[in-house]
Design a protein around this ligand. Structure first.
Ligand code: CO
Length: 460
């Protein structure tokens, strides 16, 4: 049995390179080809695609999923879910999480990849249980980062815990693309000895090492790798699918993909990529290699955010100082992996510490909430004197943050009874209330708020 491949072109590929702007008709143009290529699964939904579809493309993300499913007859469809944050940026109540998972599966998803930015398993539990309940394959993804606490033992223990919670497979999710080949070999060799469910690696080519890292992971026994069809690959995206078919053909790892089918799909995706290059949505910089990620251990997206924050302050000359401050802030906060939303919090705090001239003189609301436990448990314990200096006497919660949230589905269904036509619509409102209400009114040809208000005034 060769290595299994999940193609990410239709989700992470265009999310990482083209700000998630590729439209449903464009995505649909290659689904039938990809379905014939011999993939283990196609990652097509979740992450930022849900928000972006409604917000920027005026598309219903649920329709996209159903249309892809209709054209993809035999290959499994996969999605990315941020645990209790679902596809949003805050914690949602359990009833919303369960209903969202149920509807994702009913509309065509086979594999749900669940992760939490802090690897706090309490934030994964509800999504894992729901996926199992509704018959989906539950993959637990562990956020990969480097720090004194993120050792091989840490990941092995976390993977064991995920397996005990019911994970059907386990993924190491290297969103920053900082995993080095030897580290991958060591980590997957150990995981392979301890874990009995299939193992998967998700990396990014940002730093230029992903291809080598993947190969060492394959040699160590990883079962599944995430790659993107060439036109939507490389740079801040995944390494190219075709490269692995060529490199591994005829070996014990042969993925067994049909190159002539991949070529056909790649030809179509090339035209789409070129269109976004021309329009400026795909920036050539996203396709280049950025080894500074390895030097500073800061993900590419975060580097460019820091630069634009400093540029806006006319303080680009402080860039090196800020980069040195980032690991110090990260240490103070208990070494969170630098993934959304923690990457933004750590980056902003580092900028403030440098520009104000006094560390933690100014603290963003989100950092304060993090220190009060509202995002979950920090990977390493936080110094209590430091914590109290920032949050004063405020309460620190040690229970699961979502335990404090009341059920919401029925309330939202009642609130928007004249707008929603399905449970899926209610979920869209639950996740991105303002964006979804505006989108659904337009979709169903309902009057805008202003008009309704005028009518009410006239009626009175
Ligand atoms: Co990714």
């Amino acid at each position: 049995m060769g290595i299994k491949i999940v193609d990410t072109a239709l989700r992470d590929g265009h999310q990482s390179l083209m700000a998630t702007r590729v439209t449903t008709p464009e995505l649909l143009s290659v689904v039938e080809d990809l379905d014939q290529a011999g993939y283990y699964a196609l990652e097509v939904w979740g992450g930022a695609t849900f928000d972006a579809a409604m917000r920027f493309l005026n598309e219903d993300p649920w329709d996209r999923l159903r249309e892809i499913r209709a054209k993809c007859k035999k290959t499994k469809l996969q999605m990315l879910l941020r645990g209790q944050n679902l596809l949003g940026y805050k914690n949602y109540p359990d009833d919303i999480v369960e209903k969202f998972v149920q509807k994702s599966i009913e509309n065509g998803i086979d594999i749900i990849r669940v992760f939490d930015a802090l690897n706090d398993v309490r934030n994964l539990k509800c999504a894992i249980e729901a996926t199992k309940k509704y018959g989906g394959h539950c993959q637990v993804a562990l956020s990969y980062t480097t720090s004194p606490v993120h050792t091989v033992d840490y990941y092995v223990n976390l993977a064991k815990e995920a397996e005990e919670l019911g994970a059907d497979s386990i993924c190491i999710k290297d969103m920053a693309g900082v995993m080095l080949p030897e580290a991958a070999f060591e980590l997957f060799s150990r995981l392979k000895k301890t874990i009995s469910v299939p193992l998967e690696l998700h990396g990014h080519s940002t730093a230029g090492v992903a291809g080598m890292t993947y190969l060492k992971a394959i040699e160590a026994g990883v079962d599944i790798i995430d790659t993107a069809l060439s036109p939507f690959s490389s740079g801040t995206s995944q390494p190219p699918t075709e490269a692995f078919q060529y490199a591994l053909a005829g070996t014990q790892y042969d993925p067994g993909l049909r190159l002539e089918v991949l070529d056909r799909a790649a030809e179509k995706l090339s035209k789409i990529r070129d269109k976004y290059l021309e329009s400026g949505i795909l920036k050539p910089k996203a396709l280049t290699v950025n080894p500074n990620i390895l030097k500073y251990q800061v993900p590419g997206g975060m580097l460019s955010n820091l630069m634009s924050q400093l540029e806006a302050q006319g303080a680009m000359d402080r860039f090196e100082e800020v980069l040195k401050e980032v690991p110090r802030v990260r240490k103070d906060l208990g070494y969170p992996p630098l993934v959304t939303p923690l990457s933004q919090m750590v980056g902003t705090q580092a900028v403030l510490n440098v520009l104000t001239g006094k560390r933690y003189k100014m603290v963003p609301k989100e950092v304060n909430e993090y220190l009060r436990g509202l995002y979950g448990k920090s990977p390493a314990p936080i110094d209590e004197i430091f914590r109290r200096k920032i949050i004063g006497d405020a309460e620190v919660i040690t229970h699961r943050p979502a335990d404090d949230l009341k059920p919401q589905f029925k309330e939202l269904a009642d609130k928007y009874f004249d707008i929603v036509q399905s449970e899926e619509d209610v979920l869209s409102c639950a996740l991105f209330e303002n964006v979804a209400v505006k989108f659904l009114k337009q979709k169903y040809g309902l009057e805008e708020d202003e008009v309704i208000e005028i009518n009410l005034i006239v009626g009175e």
